[in-house]
Write a protein that binds this ligand. Structure first.
Ligand SMILES: Cc1cc2nc3c(=O)[nH]c(=O)nc-3n(C[C@H](O)[C@H](O)[C@H](O)COP(=O)(O)O)c2cc1C
Length: 191
């Protein structure tokens, strides 16, 4: 598949099958995606991988620990909480991505942007191999319980979780805003 078709055809996968995801494939895709981001040196990013049902459950516990212990969480019936948790723990694999903070804002931003590039290339390369993903940055992930669980350090920023799984059905594309509606063409000053 050529790159333009790959970009057009890739969809976020919110419903995946129970087929396990091979860790070797994930490593291979990451290695290949890194080739487009030569600025990402050792120490500028790292990922935590959960690729077994047990690991998926452990990650789910980190995600829900705060909610379970909060006043709001205590109002949620146990069975409903189990449904929420199952939604996560049933996903075959998760890649939690973290960015190192730089000495100043521009270098942190540059690194964060390069890591987002890495993640998008990883999604595209995965799609080429039939592996679906959902990039998750839901606000409810941003809490101390989760950060502690994944071992996020003071000098790191959480970038997102890529939920990975094979799919039976490709969802429909959402409407896109044409690029030309998002730019301004400078005309130059008239003298
Ligand atoms: C940086 C980033 C963060 C995202 N965070 C979420 C999220 O928190 N929850 C979600 O359902 N989808 C999330 N997505 C997926 C987008 O919503 C998805 O790309 C969009 O619905 C378009 O669908 P498509 O990927 O199938 O084209 C995120 C995507 C990106 C690039």
């Amino acid at each position: 598949m050529n790159v333009a078709d790959l970009i057009m055809e890739r969809r976020s996968i919110r419903k995946c099958t129970t087929r396990p995801v091979e860790q070797e494939l994930v490593v291979e895709l990451l290695r290949n995606a890194l080739r487009l981001q030569p600025s990402l040196e050792n120490g500028s990013w790292r990922a935590v991988y959960a690729g077994t049902p047990e690991a998926s459950k452990e990650l789910t516990d980190y995600i829900y620990v705060q909610m379970t212990e909060s006043k709001l969480g205590k109002l949620i019936p146990g069975k409903l909480m189990d449904v929420f948790k199952k939604r996560f723990s049933d996903i075959p694999a998760h890649l939690v991505v973290m960015a190192a903070k730089g000495p100043d804002r521009p270098s942190s931003d540059r690194n964060y942007a390069a890591i987002c590039g890495l993640m998008q290339s990883f999604q595209l390369l995965g799609w080429e191999r039939g592996l679906g993903m959902l990039w998750d940055t839901d606000p409810f992930l941003y809490h101390e319980g989760f950060f502690q669980g994944i071992g996020l350090r003071e000098d790191e920023t959480f970038v997102g979780i890529l939920h990975l799984g094979y799919y039976d059905k490709v969802p429909k594309s959402r409407r896109r805003t044409p690029a030309e509606r998002k730019w301004t063409v400078l005309q130059g000053s008239v003298t």
